[in-house]
Design a protein around this ligand. Structure first.
Ligand code: KIV
Length: 276
């Protein structure tokens, strides 16, 4: 019975929470990407990506909205279910969308749906100290959780735009305290978006769970980018941390492989992708 979960049709074992922790301990960078459909999920998996996120960024890159706010639990479940069919080795994380975790009970109901209907192995939610109770409740029910700190796109209307977070010392201190509190509440993974390098480094050192960065500098335990951004599909002004990996390559598969190599050998992110 367990063989199915361990092997599927690949000889290398699927990535799990323990493996992600071991990668942090060994100093091996964790390569992560978003995906939204089975075909690209398979390519990303074959390219050697360790973790795939069905992000609520799908509201922007798939649905064409200006923010992630319109995304619903049903949307995430639909995409997670089809991405799960494409994966063989990578660990699948699904986003809890806007207003789907306003109370511990609502969060539990929606997280269970993402896992049972969407095939997710972990759920990701945005928040700091205000989400500690939610994370505790999910962790008590053995739901693996990733907590998203720094720039939180679901709060874009409150923050007043997509901008770098944690530049002011008091903001950085709060983020650090939030990271420690969320780990204490049972978070298995942290995602840190759009913060100066030194904040990324400080958070990495403050917690024992892996810290995945997007615009959080080179010193965190892994990197994640939106798949359509690295394939040069997304139009318009790109955030500083994005690199188009299609340039100089002949195929989507090759671009994804270059991304994985660049994360693993730490040539991505380069200084031009970072914030100070
Ligand atoms: O929704 C998403 O794709 C994300 C990214 C920041 C990784 O959360």
């Amino acid at each position: 019975m367990y063989k199915q979960l361990q092997q599927r049709d690949r000889s290398d074992a699927p990535v799990n929470v323990a493996r992600l922790g071991a990668m942090k301990a060994a100093g091996e960078p964790i390569a992560c990407l978003t995906a939204y459909d089975a075909s690209l999920a398979l390519l990303v998996d074959q390219a050697g990506v360790d973790l795939v996120l069905v992000g609520d960024s799908l509201g922007m890159v798939i649905q064409g909205h200006g923010t992630t706010v319109p995304v619903t639990v049903d949307h995430i479940i639909y995409h997670s279910e089809i991405v799960a069919r494409g994966l063989r080795r990578a660990f699948l994380v699904a986003d809890m969308p806007f207003m789907s975790y306003t109370s511990p009970d609502q969060a539990l109901v929606n997280a269970v749906r993402l896992m049972q209907e969407g095939g997710a192995m972990m759920v990701k939610l945005e928040g700091g100290a205000g989400q500690v109770r939610i994370v505790e409740h999910l962790a008590r029910h053995d739901i693996p959780v990733c907590a998203h700190l720094g720039l939180r796109p679901q709060s874009v209307h409150k923050i007043g735009g997509f901008r770098v977070q944690g530049r002011a010392p008091d903001q950085a201190e709060r983020m650090l305290a939030d990271a420690v509190a969320l780990e204490g509440a049972g978070a298995d993974l942290l995602l840190l978006e759009c913060v100066p390098n030194e904040v990324g480094r400080a958070v990495r050192d403050a917690v024992s769970v892996p810290v995945i960065g997007i615009g959080a500098g080179p010193d965190v335990d892994g990197q994640i980018l939106v798949l359509y951004d690295i394939l040069g599909i997304t139009q318009g002004r790109m955030p500083r941390f994005v690199r188009d990996f299609m340039q100089g390559t002949g195929s989507v598969r090759e671009a994804c492989e270059h991304y994985v190599t660049a994360v693993k050998d730490r040539s991505y992110p380069a200084p031009e992708h970072c914030f100070s």
